[in-house]
Design a protein around this ligand. Structure first.
Ligand code: ATP
Length: 195
């Protein structure tokens, strides 16, 4: 049985809050593979200005050089319309080699709050188990107990980094060293992103 983790995100930009926690989740859940799924068209962020997918994917590729156990997946890249997690999981399943797989969808605690409002959460729970990364400042009491009982809360470290904070710091010229990979920071500077 292949144990496969799925970690989707906007990754605008990818940072160590994503990478270190998901790598810890990989070890805790004893996963054989972890697929990182940059979302070209996140349905919950359609109205927000977003860095073009090509840049977000390129930054993720650079960041993954430090995390060789995490793999980039382009399963969403050529799909049409907003990329709902439930559909992404189905597409991953369709693209996997034949065999027995156990899928683990890994999400941050803040995303868990939204899960009941996602497209067809019941289908999602049928296709995958859900594991949750604790996130600084997040109180699990906010989660509907019916959902909390169906997920596995992980013990990965709480890393107080968010992409929103990184973008704000970059706009204001505040140091972001140590929050994201140097190669990603070089890419951001070379492409004049988050000005
Ligand atoms: P933004 O601040 O732009 O909303 P973000 O930093 O939350 O971005 P996303 O790409 O939206 O990053 O998140 C992808 C996934 O990673 C989500 O499940 C989110 O909850 C999780 N995540 C992001 N940052 C952390 C962190 N520091 N610790 C744990 N999980 C995180």
């Amino acid at each position: 049985m292949n144990r496969i983790g799925l970690f989707g995100g906007t990754f605008d930009p990818v940072h160590y809050g994503h990478l270190r926690t998901v790598d810890a989740a990989r070890m805790e859940l004893n996963l054989d593979r972890v697929l990182m799924l940059p979302n070209p068209r996140p349905p919950h962020k359609l109205r927000e200005p977003l860095t073009p997918y090509e840049h977000r994917k390129a930054m993720l590729e650079l960041a993954l050089q430090e995390f060789p156990a995490l793999e980039l997946s382009n399963v969403e890249e050529f799909a049409e319309g907003p990329a709902y997690t439930t559909d992404t999981v189905r597409r991953v399943i369709a693209a996997l080699p034949k065999g027995e797989h156990e899928l683990w969808l890994i999400v941050g605690a803040d995303a868990l709050i939204e899960l009941p409002h996602w497209k067809d959460p019941e289908a999602l729970f049928r296709d995958a188990k859900v594991a949750v990364l604790p996130r600084m400042g997040f109180d699990f009491k906010r989660v509907n107990p019916a959902y909390l009982s169906r997920v596995c809360v992980l013990h990965s470290p709480e890393i107080p980094i968010s992409a929103t904070d990184i973008r704000k710091r970059l706009r204001e010229g505040i140091d972001v060293k140590g929050m994201l990979a140097d190669a990603v920071l070089d890419y951001i500077r070379n492409h004049w992103l988050y000005q």
